[in-house]
Design a protein around this ligand. Structure first.
Ligand code: IPM
Ligand code: MG
Length: 357
């Protein structure tokens, strides 16, 4: 296949980890006879520095003209003082929205080789867990009305959580379909004991559940879900939730796998074109030190091959190479847990994966 891939390297460790993913994808292209044509575009802080805005029009147009997009991470202390609309993070929301990517798939599984890096006890983890968070990505409080107004205690700031039946149904369908392909269990997470938007969410999910009698469906309040994830993560197969709850719970899910440096994500919409990114941030403290774990971005590349291009064997080749490298005991600094020894750098880890491929 001949495919055009846009690269949004972004800030902090973004460029290092995207370079690693590109090296791996190039190797796959060689091995399987594909041509991947990569074009970089600016996003986030580096875009502010060069163009004055976090999401230049060229970037949006470039992404929309590509077959798919790989993103590193955005943001850093340098831009923390900027006004809300000019922050690097706003670009991330902007590109998700411009590409219509309402679905965010965040798989979290425990690699047996990384058992030591997980903070959970053996009796909790058992033989491991493997869950998928389906996060709504273009609605809710991230995109609702916001601003300042006069309130009971003087000037106040507000953000609004709003969900329509249409938005809930389309993310719900993705989640039920995903559950059908996995272990057929779906847990929808909300705060229906307090929020009106959650009550509509729950009602809509219940209606959908009737169309999927083979899926074992249940709801859970988000506070309980936060607790259940560390108490017994094996109870979950697929989780579906709103934009903000999904943001929070996916960080928690990543931590119990051992490292946030391992978790890939796919953002998808109505077309095959997706945006693939690690769930972690730009880690400014280790940027430029060649210390970052490139695996989440490399696995995001594998997700792209699978979901956008249907290149299953190619995706599995990457995933197996990552498994094999971890099984052989190689670790980046974030994966050391209680292990002793010298961690690999970002480029050394990438080389190790390339070698297996
Ligand atoms: C994520 C990130 C982003 C989000 C930030 C950087 C805007 O935390 O992808 O999880 O909240 O969606
Ligand atoms: Mg997040």
């Amino acid at each position: 296949m001949e495919l055009k891939i846009a690269l949004l390297k972004g800030d902090g460790i973004g460029p290092e980890i995207v370079d690693s993913a590109v090296a791996v994808l190039d190797k796959i292209a060689d091995k399987f006879g594909h041509t991947f044509d990569f074009t970089p575009y600016l996003i986030g802080g580096c875009a502010i520095d060069e163009t004055g805005i976090p999401l230049p029009r060229e970037t949006v147009e470039g992404c929309l003209a590509s077959d798919s997009v790989i993103l590193g991470a955005v943001g850093g202390p340098k831009w923390d003082g900027m006004a809300g609309d000019m922050r690097p993070e706003k670009a991330l929301l902007g590109i998700r929205s411009a590409m219509g990517l309402f679905t965010n798939l965040r798989p979290a599984k425990l690699y047996p080789a990384l058992r030591n890096a997980s903070p959970l006890k053996d009796e909790i983890v058992g033989d491991g867990f493997d869950l998928l968070i389906v996060r709504e990505l273009t609605g809710g409080i991230y995109f609702g009305d916001r601003g300042y107004r006069e309130g009971k205690y003087g000037t106040e700031a507000f953000d609004t959580e709003a969900y329509s039946v249409t938005e809930i149904e389309r993310i719900g369908k993705v989640a039920f379909e995903a559950a059908m392909k996995r272990n057929k269990r779906l847990c929808s997470i909300d705060k229906a004991n307090v929020l009106e938007s959650s009550r509509l969410w729950r009602r809509t999910m219940h209606e959908l559940a009737e169309q999927y009698p083979d899926v074992e469906y249940r709801d859970m309040f988000v506070d309980n879900a936060a607790m259940q994830l560390v108490r017994d993560p094996r109870q979950f197969d697929v989780i579906v939730t709103s934009n903000m709850f999904g943001d929070i719970l996916s960080d928690e899910a990543s931590q119990i796998t051992g490292s946030i440096g391992m978790l890939a994500s796919a953002s998808l919409g109505a077309s095959k074109r997706g945006l693939y990114e690690p769930i972690h941030g730009s880690a400014p403290d280790i940027a430029g030190k060649n210390m970052a774990n490139p695996i989440a971005t490399i696995l995001s590349g594998a997700m792209m091959l699978r979901y956008s291009f249907g290149l299953i064997q190619e995706a599995e080749t990457i995933e197996k190479a990552v498994d094999s490298v971890l099984n052989s005991g190689l670790r980046t600094a974030d994966l050391m847990g209680t292990d002793k020894g010298t961690p690999l750098s970002c480029t050394e880890m990438t080389e190790a994966i390339l070698k297996v491929i």
